[in-house]
Ligand binder design. Structure first.
Ligand SMILES: C[S@@+](CC[C@H](N)C(=O)[O-])C[C@H]1O[C@@H](n2cnc3c(N)ncnc32)[C@H](O)[C@@H]1O
Length: 300
């Protein structure tokens, strides 16, 4: 690979950067500022900066304002050009730093300013990212926009855990669900969610893991169906813990799994023991045997 390839540039900038992102920076006035303003809704992928698209990288290089979520890592933020204004609009499950309406207002304010504005989100903006709601606010304010997709957590985490989301022998369909939704879980279509030969990927499912396992078993999934919990997927602190639906809540509790974490349910999870490839990440197989658990805990 030649040394002027953009990939190489990304690597060296990450390694050298120690830039703090919380303080607004003085804005540079140059040719970019003279271009007509637009808001770019950009997905930053699940964590590993090398999973950014080239289009996302180029936009971070020319952005004048970047409004980002808390899930976007420092490594990725260090790729933003030094003169851009960085605004953290992040929110986490119970402690929102900004309400969605405030974020929409900020987007409209910056989008009206004739600047190149990047709205940077974890994963893909259209997968549990409220990207649609933000674009609707821009449409209402007559502000131009583009969408740059990112690798969603399901795809990134599964790949880095060695879990193919589909496999001809095990799973023909994949379903993404979230445990954090406006409607109660009572209203979800559980018979369809619990279908056999289907891989289920659960976003934001940690806090509701017990009800999830209970419903899936009640609606037909076998209690010994394989389950993986992937914490901080695709990053250097990734942990992949496997178990079964029956042991899911035990697994989350005993391994003290923290957010962000993704739950994958389905027979394909069993392939992780042979397809796990991500350097330095040992698959943790959770069993109910407490002696084995202590050995594994020491290895974490
Ligand atoms: C608000 S949703 C955003 C999803 C994002 N738009 C996407 O496409 O991946 C946040 C949830 O995504 C999942 N997630 C995102 N990044 C993750 C990662 N690196 N490892 C594990 N789960 C992740 C977790 O379930 C987390 O609670």
């Amino acid at each position: 690979m030649s040394t002027n390839h953009p990939y190489i540039t990304i690597k060296s900038r990450v390694a050298n950067s120690s830039r703090a992102h919380t303080q607004p920076q003085v804005r540079r006035t140059d040719s970019i500022a003279s271009k007509k303003g637009k808001v770019y809704l950009v997905g930053s992928g699940p964590g590993d900066p090398d999973l950014l698209t080239l289009k996302a990288y180029k936009l971070l290089q020319r952005a004048e304002v970047v409004l980002h979520d808390s899930l976007v890592s420092q490594e990725i933020l260090s790729l933003v050009n030094n003169s851009a204004l960085l605004v953290d609009v992040g929110k986490r499950a119970s402690h929102h730093s900004k309400h969605q309406s405030e974020i929409n207002d900020l987007l409209v304010d910056h989008g009206s300013s004739n600047r190149c504005v990047v709205r940077l989100k974890g994963g893909d903006p259209f997968v549990y990212g409220r990207g649609g709601e933000e674009l609707q606010a821009l449409v209402a304010a007559n502000i131009a926009f583009e969408v740059v997709p990112g690798i969603t957590a399901a795809s990134g985490c599964a790949s880095y855990a060695g879990i193919p989301l589909t496999h001809r022998d095990y799973s023909q369909t994949v379903m993404f669900i979230t445990a954090q939704c406006k409607n109660s879980e009572e209203n979800l279509n559980w018979p369809s969610i619990a279908r056999q030969n289907q891989t289920l990927v659960v976003y934001m499912g940690l806090l509701k893991n017990e009800v999830l396992a209970e419903r899936l078993i009640k609606y037909g999934r076998a209690p010994d169906t394989a389950v993986a919990v992937i914490e901080n997927g695709t990053t250097n602190s990734q942990r992949v813990i496997t178990g079964t639906l029956r042991t899911l809540s035990d697994l989350v509790e005993k391994h003290r799994v923290i957010s962000p974490a993704l739950i994958i349910v389905g027979e394909v999870v069993s392939l992780a023991s042979t397809l796990d490839w991500f350097t330095d990440n040992k698959l943790i197989e959770h069993t109910n045997n407490s002696d084995i658990f202590y050995e594994l805990e020491e290895a974490v």
